[in-house]
Every structure is written in C-alpha cells, then in structure tokens.
Design a protein around this ligand. Structure first.
Ligand SMILES: Cc1ncc(C[n+]2csc(CCOP(=O)(O)OP(=O)(O)O)c2C)c(N)n1
Ligand SMILES: [Mg+2]
Length: 271
C-alpha cells in the first residue's frame, strides 16, 4: 500500500508523543533489567511500536484490544497506566495484574485491554469470543487482536478466522510480522509467504503494510473500523516490522547467528 501523508498537526503530535513514550519506556526497562529487580521475562517491542500506535490511534475509547507477551506498546497505546505496568514488572501488588503475572500478562479492562498472554495464539480465540459478545451488545464496539507471525501457525488462528468470518464479527486481526518466531525465520516455517491470500480464503478482507508507515496504517484502520462497525465482518491487517532487540531480554542479538544486522538497517534509516 502507498504511504499516505500525515493528517493534521494534532494527530502528528499525538502519534509522535505516544511512539516516543513507548520507545523511552522500553529503553528504560532495558536499562534497568540487568539490576535483576524486574522478576519477569521481557519481550521488547522496540522497532515495532508503530503497529500498536497506528492501529489503536484509530479506535474509540470504548473499543477493546488483546495482544501478546510482546504487549507493552499495545497496553500503553490503549491508555494503560504506565505506573501500574512498571509495578507489574517488579511484581508489586499495585501492578495491573496484582503483581502476580509480570510483563507478559498485562490487563486493564477499564481501558479496554482484554489482556496479553505468554501462550502463543491463545489470545486470538478469546478476542473472537469477545467480539461475539460485542456484536450481541449492539453498541458498535469492536475488538482488535494483535499477534505475531508465529501465531498464525497455530490451529487456533484458523479456527478463529473461520468463526469470525462465519458470524461477521466486529474484529480486526493484526499480524505483526517481524519475520521470526524466536530464532526461526518464516522461510523455514511457511510453505508460502502469502499470508493475506490464505486469510482471504475465509472471505476476510486484508491489507498488507510493508513500509512501517504509521499514518498509512492509521488511516487504513480508520476505514476498517467503519466497516467493522457497520457489521460487514472481520478485517485482517498484516504489518511487516523489525524487532530490534533479542526475542526475550534487553540486548540485541546479532551475534546469535540466526540473523544479520543488515536486515535492520532499512528500518533504522526509516525509524
Ligand atoms: C503455544 C506455544 N507454543 C510455543 C511457545 C514458545 N514460544 C514463545 S514465543 C514464540 C514465538 C512466537 O513468534 P511470533 O508469534 O512471531 O511472535 P514474536 O515473538 O515474533 O512477537 C514461541 C514459539 C509458546 N509460548 N506457546
Ligand atoms: Mg514474529
């Protein structure tokens, strides 16, 4: 899809501030991590924040999101309390999940954050169930389900697409395709890279973003929201992205032997 120019100054500032808040928060988490007081694994979204910011920026406050263990960006973008997120990482009682769950299980139903999970793809059918409830509620609210490329290999993904399409549910599926499931590249996992074509066989409309353009993503999501609220059934977005840090933990991992730093260069230049 062709990049679209930014809209008004207020939108540009909101988007920039949120991107920066998420980036700086995660950089600070990475800085603090070696002190070993954060007793939770951390999966940083640094480099991928634009997906959460672009998509969630197009939602209404009453809409609902679900995400994965790499969920700091979605939590913050949806208005989750940053102090409660940090308390959760430290295992404090004041954390958003009572300090019992850590970074991988952020939740805040008052802000419409349905929750994140460590178990790959399990949040997708839960989000579909919530979309069914919202359809019955009849107030035009919608659900966004964020997940990684690896999650699309789970059976629950196929079941979820089928059920959501069959019942015209108000759900936006967003695949953050960073090219890897831990250290395994897509070429070793997918018989065909045509993810959107696979999803379209369920009768679901798809959009694919390859450039990391937060504004193009936001305006496409705005249009998708209109059709979701009109009851036209699910929409699927695939967003190429680059994870700058290691799969889990605060460091980079270009010495791990599974990928080259050169892959990241275009994303850095375009950041
Ligand atoms: C059901 C299940 N299988 C395997 C794992 C181990 N695991 C943790 S993260 C991960 C990779 C998932 O990759 P992807 O969905 O692309 O998300 P990313 O980490 O790239 O954001 C795997 C296989 C798990 N947590 N849950
Ligand atoms: Mg991935």
């Amino acid at each position: 899809m062709k990049p679209e120019p930014p809209t008004d100054d207020e939108t540009i500032e909101t988007v920039y501030r949120l991107l920066r808040l998420i980036r700086r928060s995660e950089e600070e988490i990475a800085r603090l991590y070696p002190s070993d007081k954060i007793k939770s694994p951390i999966h940083l979204s640094i480099g991928q924040e634009f997906v959460s910011v672009g998509v969630i920026g197009a939602l209404d406050e009453a809409d609902v999101v679900s995400a994965t263990y790499r969920g700091h960006a979605a939590y913050i973008a949806k208005g989750g309390d940053l102090g409660k997120m940090m308390a959760e990482l430290y295992g404090k009682a004041g954390g958003c999940a009572g300090g019992k769950a850590g970074s991988m299980h952020l939740v805040d139903m008052e802000q419409g954050i349905l929750g994140t999970s460590a178990v790959v793809a399990t949040t997708i059918p839960v989000a579909v169930g919530y979309a069914l409830a919202l359809k019955r509620e009849g107030r035009g609210r919608i659900v966004v389900s964020f997940f990684g490329d690896g999650a699309t290999e789970e059976g629950a993904f196929a079941e979820s697409l089928n059920f959501a399409a069959l019942h015209d549910l108000p759900i936006l599926f967003v695949c953050e395709n960073n090219g890897y499931a831990i250290h395994s590249p897509i070429e070793d996992r997918w018989a065909s890279p045509a993810l959107c074509a696979r999803v379209e066989t369920y009768g679901i409309r798809t959009h694919r973003f390859t450039e990391g353009d937060v504004f193009a993503l936001r305006s496409a999501t705005e249009k998708a929201c209109q059709s979701l609220r009109a009851g036209d059934g699910p929409v699927f977005i695939e967003c190429l992205a680059c994870r700058w840090r290691e799969h889990v933990g605060p460091e980079d991992d270009f010495d791990a032997g599974y990928r080259d730093r050169a892959e990241m260069e275009p994303w850095l230049a375009n950041d």
